[in-house]
Design a protein around this ligand. Structure first.
Ligand SMILES: Nc1ncnc2c1ncn2[C@@H]1O[C@H](COP(=O)(O)OP(=O)(O)OP(=O)(O)O)[C@@H](O)[C@H]1O
Ligand SMILES: [Mg+2]
Length: 553
């Protein structure tokens, strides 16, 4: 294929790809972005709702514990509660409601442990130096951070103070952390999610899922207090995560719930990958389609251009013929009259030569020969002028339904004797399904005769002439091919073989008008003729006449 066609095809493919792929990419990325946004919003909302739910449950838990202790303290006097049996009874009652209580104790305002029920021997211990003691005396209600205690089991203290009869006393309970440990564990979402409680100093109040353990401190931890819940995307332990935080109301603890964003967005990423694969497949398909379509288009373009070239050539040829024809007719007409006069005068000279005594003259023989020659050459000149006139005359084709094979057979009968004489075989291959065509039989016969005579001349002696016909159903055309075993058309004239006066024959042998007449007849009959040399070794020229099966005149 020519370079300009290749570059045209490349341009077509690029344009198609550009106009189909660019919107596809824009659509894909915007859909992906929208999905990403709505997905993260969904995860954020979910995180926020869990955060609020857990915060609420935790606050409720602490408030309940405070309420329980306060109720006990304010519905009983110190006198009653310092009785250990009674305290034990109250303790059992409280434990009946919730299993988290480990022990219960009563302490006076000097920090002395007045009564205690629980697993440790704490009676008589003085707490006046303990932080929690000071805090509860100051604030009235106190909830401690989580600590391990004697039994190496995480727990915390809830204490309330009461003023009675001029002095203060304290009711204190130790509570294990099972409740909020389990509550927070259920908030560890997915495989990479984590949830835990931190106190203000960044010490874990529950066991985190990854990195660190209960009561470990996060170095450099500082988190400002704020109301409500916050969710932000951040790098959490080396992974991009959505981290939700909220401060509890009843204790200064920070509830942290983190989700691994890449895990949450996995379905989105999977869908993204799938659409990428589909997109690439689509682009390939578009490319294939563009390639095929452009190839078809370009093939049609090439065919159209070739057809146009052929048309241009034949137009050029016919206009050339018309001009030449007119010129030839004019010349022939002008020459015909003097030729008639010369011929007549030559005849008269001949008569004179016979009548007079000139017969006795010394030069009689030469006179007679000269007159003969004049007559001969005048005849030759007249055949040329006649053919020229015939070629130029507007031949209105006569329309008739014709069997091409039959016309060919008739034409062959004219040359058969000559062929036999010169030992030239004639091989016919006629299509038996040849349809009748509407055309001018006598002009068609002239075409065949011209071609057959040329073939005879080309072969000269001992050779073959092939005459083939076939019907092209698809194009509804009749094809006649006449080829011979002669030397082929000389390269020097092959391009202008249909021009008038082109001949390689000796002076007086050929006029060079046969093929140009043939060409114009075939054209008038609505067909075309081509001349080429065969590629087969024992074959020479091949003349192909194509005629429409239905008249297109
Ligand atoms: N079958 C053929 N094989 C080889 N050359 C051919 C054949 N047919 C035609 N030619 C060449 O084409 C030339 C032109 O042919 P065209 O029929 O027009 O004129 P011509 O045969 O020379 O003269 P005319 O037909 O007037 O007697 C021929 O002189 C010959 O050189
Ligand atoms: Mg000829």
């Amino acid at each position: 294929m020519e370079r300009r066609y290749i570059s045209l095809q490349v341009r077509i493919i690029c344009a198609i790809l550009f106009f189909s792929v660019v919107p596809l990419v824009i659509l894909g990325t915007s859909i992906y972005y929208e999905f990403y946004r709505s997905y993260t919003r969904q995860v954020t909302d979910y995180l926020r709702s869990i955060l609020e739910d857990r915060k609420h449950a935790l606050d409720l838990f602490f408030q309940e514990r405070i309420a329980q202790l306060t109720t006990v303290a304010y519905t009983h006097s110190l006198e009653q509660l310092r009785n250990e049996e009674y305290l034990e009874y109250i303790f059992r009652l409280m434990q009946g409601k919730s299993q988290f209580y480990i022990d219960l104790g009563v302490i006076d305002q000097n920090g002395n442990h007045l009564a205690y029920c629980g697993p440790y021997k704490l009676r008589g211990v003085n707490y006046s130096k303990a932080l929690w003691f000071r805090e509860v005396m100051r604030r009235g209600i106190y909830i401690s951070d989580v600590f391990m205690g004697f039994r190496q089991y995480p727990h915390f203290i809830v204490a309330v103070s009461r003023h009675e009869k001029g002095s203060w006393w304290i009711l204190r309970a130790t509570i294990n952390t099972d409740f909020f440990e389990s509550l927070i564990k259920t908030a560890q979402i997915g495989r990479g999610g984590d949830a835990f409680l931190l106190n203000e100093a960044g010490v874990y109040q529950t066991t985190p899922r990854f990195q660190g353990k209960l009561l470990d401190a996060i170095p450099g931890f500082r988190w400002p207090h704020f109301r409500g819940t916050r969710v932000a995307e951040m790098n959490f332990r080396g992974r991009t995560s959505l981290v939700g935080t909220t401060w509890l109301k009843t204790v200064p603890w920070l509830l942290v719930i983190a989700t691994d964003l890449s895990e949450e967005l996995k379905p989105l990423h999977q869908a993204g990958r799938l659409s990428l694969v589909i997109g690439i497949g689509g682009v390939l398909l578009v490319f294939l389609g563009a390639f095929t379509v452009s190839r078809i288009m370009i093939n049609q373009l090439i065919a159209a251009e070739r057809e146009k070239e052929a048309l241009d050539a034949s137009l050029l040829q016919s206009s050339k013929m018309m001009a030449l024809g007119r010129l030839a007719a004019g010349i022939a007409h002008e020459i015909n009259n003097p030729l008639s006069v010369i011929k007549e005068k030559a005849g008269w000279l001949k008569d004179l030569l016979e009548e007079e005594d000139i017969a006795l003259s010394r030069n009689f023989q030469e006179f007679a020969e000269a007159v003969e020659k004049i007559e001969y050459h005048v005849d030759r000149a007249r055949t040329v002028t006649h053919r020229l006139l015939g070629f130029a005359r507007r031949m209105e084709p006569f329309q008739e339904s014709v069997d091409v094979n039959k016309i060919l057979e008739e034409s062959l009968s004219f040359i058969e004797n000559e062929a036999l004489h010169r030992n030239i075989k004639i091989l016919r291959s006629f299509d038996p399904k040849m349809p009748f065509i509407t055309t001018d039989p006598s002009q068609l016969q002239q075409v065949f005769l011209n071609l057959l005579n040329n073939a005879l001349d080309a072969v000269d002696r001992n050779g073959t002439i092939w005459v083939d016909t076939y019907y092209n159903h698809l194009r509804e055309e009749v094809v006649i091919q006449i080829s011979d075993s002669g030397p082929g058309i000389p390269e020097s004239i092959i391009d202008r073989i249909f021009d008038p006066f082109v001949t390689t024959k000796a002076l007086g042998k050929g006029t060079g008008l046969g093929l140009s007449i043939t060409y114009s007849i075939v054209q008038k009959l609505g067909g075309w003729i081509t001349a080429e040399n065969s590629r087969e070794e024992d074959k020479g020229a091949v003349f192909t006449v194509v005629l429409p099966a239905k008249a297109r005149l």
